[in-house]
Design a protein around this ligand. Structure first.
Ligand code: BV8
Ligand code: ZN
Length: 247
């Protein structure tokens, strides 16, 4: 796809040294991973309150365990798409930091060097009693849950609603944004806080903000440049421009 870029956007790309890509589940949609709030979204069948929180897990560990197993299977079969791969290729021309709300590992699998996972990683599991990470996932026990050697319940290493984000990761995201010239906001509905507050923070740091999304979002008014459309095609097309003047 060829994409006409506004002069101010080209100038910003030419001047930039550091870029942050702030991504949400929309960037993984083209890898076949359902988003959270779209029509086929994960939250449509269940409400976040019902599943992605600690109390739901304690109340019904087998149901929550099955939901994450179902999603892990989808993630394992998924491949990084042109959106993830373009972000990796941007590293040839800029200092790049990826700040993602996604738990699907696809940025790392695409090769990105610095990936800050604000909401954890679905491939990680740890014990709620002794806190140890499970290296190998054991077989489910009779009640349909995974247990640690100590007998404690194993839970996914993701940040649930009502849980704090990992402070060091969130702080590192703010530092990366404060040092960056350009922030791409890709495939996120900006509904979930405090992650969504990073776009306002980027504005306060005078970053040039580029939003790529198939729809408008509550953060669109903050964007200096906005593309309505799929992230895979748009990021690849913008990368082609960069190759022309930086290649
Ligand atoms: C917390 C891991 C402190 C689990 C997830 C204000 C301040 C602080 C907190 C709050 C606040 N207001 C409300 C809260 C509470 C809550 C919250 O934000 N609720 C929302 C729903 C209102 N926040 C929290 O609980 C956070 N913790 O605040 O701690 C605290 C402590 C105690 C008590 C109170 C507060 C924790 C939030 C983390 C939750 N965990 N994930 C799991 O995955 O199972 S969030 C989940 O939503 C995913 O991580 C997901 O990434 C994230 C955000 O969603 P998006 O990524 O944006 O996905 P979505 O489907 O919404 O949008 C996709 C977009 O892509 C769409 O715009 C679509 O148009 C676009 N798109 C689709 N296809 C494409 C595309 N774009 C481009 N190309 C395409 N092809
Ligand atoms: Zn344990």
């Amino acid at each position: 796809m060829s994409l006409l870029l506004e002069k101010h956007f080209i100038d910003a790309l030419k001047k930039a040294r550091r870029i942050v890509f702030f991504t949400g589940s929309g960037i993984s949609a083209e890898s076949g991973i359902p988003t959270f709030r779209g029509e086929e979204g994960l939250w449509n069948k269940f409400k976040p309150e019902e599943l992605a929180n600690f109390n739901a897990f304690i109340k019904n560990p087998a149901l929550v365990t099955d939901w994450y197993n179902f999603r892990r299977e989808i993630v394992r079969k998924a491949l990084p798409n042109p959106g993830h791969l373009s972000i990796y290729e941007f590293e040839k021309f800029y200092d790049v930091t990826v700040v993602t709300q996604n738990v699907d590992n696809l940025h790392k699998r695409a090769g990105s060097s610095i990936v800050l996972e604000l909401h954890g990683n679905i491939e990680r599991n740890f014990c709620i009693s002794c806190g140890k990470d499970a290296v190998e996932m054991p077989e489910k026990d009779k009640s349909g849950v995974f247990r640690c050697e100590c007998g404690g319940l194993l839970r996914p290493g993701v940040v649930w609603f009502g849980e704090n984000l990992p402070t060091a990761i969130f702080d590192a995201a703010e530092v990366a944004i404060s040092k960056s010239d350009l922030v791409f906001v890709v495939g996120t509905s900006l509904q979930v806080y405090p992650a969504a507050s990073l776009v306002q923070f980027a504005k306060g740091c005078n970053c040039y903000i580029v939003e790529i999304n198939t729809e408008n979002t509550p953060g669109s008014y903050l964007a200096d440049q906005k593309f309505i459309g799929k992230s895979g095609a748009h990021l690849s097309a913008i990368l082609e421009h960069v190759k022309r003047f930086r290649g």
